[in-house]
Design a protein around this ligand. Structure first.
Ligand SMILES: NC(=O)c1ccc[n+]([C@@H]2O[C@H](COP(=O)([O-])OP(=O)(O)OC[C@H]3O[C@@H](n4cnc5c(N)ncnc54)[C@H](O)[C@@H]3O)[C@@H](O)[C@H]2O)c1
Length: 431
């Protein structure tokens, strides 16, 4: 059980890209965190986390269930497996009496999200969801301005997420979240961050959602003439193709390869090309098995009449948002930073604009805006604060935004406007 003071003992289920990011940050604070164990079927990834931990007594496991059965009683279990595995590993960790730092999404089905919420409540264990944007300097500033009342009454929120074409191809065409049946729909897998931010800023529940969207670009019929199944097989369109997988050996190597290839740091070009010949990331983006959408829009109605819109597109880079109030409009995000030199601009309906720039602890607005570091910083407080203290990104505060996402997907696929409370009741009764 958790000590009153002193470092938290943290065990990782899933030692992939996210786990390595969080444990690297946590290992910088040995006064707060001890990384005591890791589980992953890929031994090289457990070994990476073991090295990050710097601990001689670090325990290695090949599976999350083995780790939970080993009687380690960690204070916190980091669940950083893939989307479909979150529910099983989180439930296991709660039953083993640990608190949980749970990667988003909470789970991939409404009933599973609600079960985790119920188990956390009944067991008195804490579940903190990795909604890193809540801890990013940019969004903290936006919330502070909204809560200051400077905008007057909120009238409408407009949010956009530009996934970026290469990111779409890497993650949602070739990668882990391409096939929604084995992961989750785009609005959950990627945009649950945005649903969470919009809900967090609105500060009230969403009542109804309508959504449209489709997969239109990354389809077989869009493949250039003569394109083979793999970019390594000599594609006639290779030179002009933005998605040529051979870019993993050149300009896309540093940023993207380490997320999916364990030997990215050591490998030479020949080894990477050999890997691309069989790996999902070597496939032609027009000839994959993907069904994740490449564009989606939502229209949202919140309590009190506040309205919102959200656009996800593969063909823009970064997030931006506009918040309309009775006293003024707040606009900000990646587009503003790039083109206007300020992260945020507040335009009062009367008077001159006010510009804001934010500084994140790790210096990177683009990389979750310091949110990864902010989340790890907050983790200690969230797990040690007195019982009953509301958690910043706790399960109670984050379930509703998942419901907005599930409702949006239901609307997109059914063509109906979805009433969120009715969906809760229906799915809770069915679970
Ligand atoms: N918060 C964020 O901003 C953010 C960003 C990216 C990804 N994510 C989420 O984080 C999660 C992990 O993503 P990732 O990019 O690190 O993926 P990843 O594939 O790099 O890591 C997942 C790991 O889980 C391991 N695993 C599979 N079965 C296991 C088992 N039974 N026991 C233990 N480990 C097992 C896999 O081998 C893999 O190493 C996903 O759910 C993803 O949606 C969150």
């Amino acid at each position: 059980m958790m000590a009153e003071t002193g470092p938290l003992r943290v065990a990782c289920i899933g030692c992939g890209s996210r786990a390595q990011t969080y444990t690297t940050l946590a290992a910088k604070r040995p006064d707060r965190f001890q990384i005591v164990a890791g589980a992953d079927p890929v031994a090289a990834r457990v070994e990476k986390v073991r090295r990050i931990s710097g601990r001689a007594d670090f325990r290695c496991f090949a599976d999350g269930a083995e780790l939970l059965a080993a009687g380690l009683a960690p204070d916190v279990v980091l669940v950083a497996t893939q989307d479909n595995d979150h529910h099983g590993h989180c439930v296991g960790a709660l039953r083993a009496c640990s608190h949980v730092l749970l990667e988003k999404p909470i789970a991939t089905r409404v009933a599973d999200v609600l079960e985790i919420e119920r188990l956390a409540r009944e067991s008195g264990r804490r579940v903190m969801v990795c909604f890193v944007l809540r801890f990013a300097a940019f969004y903290r500033k936006v919330r502070q301005i909204v809560q200051s009342g400077a905008l007057g009454d909120l009238v409408s929120i407009q949010a956009n997420e530009g996934v970026m074409p290469w990111h779409q191809a890497h993650s949602f065409v070739r990668g882990h979240w391409a096939v929604t049946g084995t992961s989750s729909p785009m609005i959950i897998s990627k945009c649950c961050h945005d649903m969470d931010i919009v809900h967090w800023l609105a500060g009230r529940r969403c009542r109804r959602v309508a959504s449209f969207g489709s997969l239109d670009v990354f389809r077989r019929e869009r493949a250039p003439a003569g394109a083979p199944a793999r970019c390594t097989d000599g594609c006639p369109a290779a030179d002009g193709c933005a998605f040529n997988a051979l870019r993993y050996t050149t300009d896309m190597r540093a940023g993207w390869l380490p997320m999916v290839y364990d030997r990215a740091a050591e490998a030479g070009t020949d080894e990477i090309v050999a890997w691309l010949r069989t790996s999902p990331w070597g496939r032609c983006v027009y000839r994959c098995d993907n069904d994740a959408v490449d564009r989606q829009v939502l229209a949202l109605e919140f309590e009190g009449g506040l309205t919102g819109t959200f656009t996800m597109t593969a063909f823009e880079s970064g997030r931006h948002l506009e918040i309309y109030g009775t006293r003024g409009v707040l606009k900000g995000g990646e587009t503003y930073r790039k083109h206007f030199g300020a992260h945020l601009v507040f335009f009062p309906h009367e008077g001159p604009p006010v510009r804001y720039s934010v500084q994140s602890a790790d210096g990177g607005y683009e990389l979750h805006g310091g949110g990864d570091a902010g989340l790890v910083d907050a983790l200690y407080h969230e797990m040690t604060c007195p019982p009953g203290t509301p958690l910043e990104a706790g399960i109670d505060a984050t379930v509703h935004s998942h419901m907005i996402g599930f409702a949006a997907e239901e609307s997109r696929t059914s063509g109906r406007i979805v009433d969120i409370e009715a969906m809760y009741r229906r799915d809770a009764a069915a679970s």
